[in-house]
Design a protein around this ligand. Sequence first.
Ligand SMILES: [Zn+2]
Length: 174
Amino acid sequence: MAQSPPHSTVWRLQCKNFTAPSGSVRGNAGTNIIGVKRGKLNGTSDDKIVAVGAHYDTVSNSPGVNDDGSGMAAMLEIARVMTSSNEQNFTTIFVAFDHEENAPPARVAIGTPCETPRGSDDFVCSWLLPFLRSSGRPEFQGIFMLETIMNYDPQPNVQTVPQPLAFPNVRIRI
Ligand SMILES: [Zn+2]
């Protein structure tokens, strides 16, 4: 019986292309880069998946080094550190999003193809749910979005949460 290669099954990297509606602000096509580090429980309902994301596009009126080069650098460092061990139980997804700046939010129907100018919308509606369904229906814990993380101020009430939020109850806990 053939044995599975030990490392090629742990990491999977893919480019996920998406098509924005014609006439949208950022053009008609984008590419998300998605890395999956499979945990020991991958493929079972006991897996508890966490995603880490940042965006790699920028626009001329934005400080691209911070927005979101800082998030990309942090995400790549997290992925680098995690390559040193194949011992984790749970699966981690890393996503570098395209077309996040100046892209209006789309109407997203999870699990159905969508035309969206925004990479994160495409990730949710056309990649994440099919992936979860093909992975033993694990529990999806959520995503850590690393956005403009060079901004730091320890004072209370110096940060606002953008509106609208898809999950208003989350704002209460921030
Ligand atoms: Zn940003």
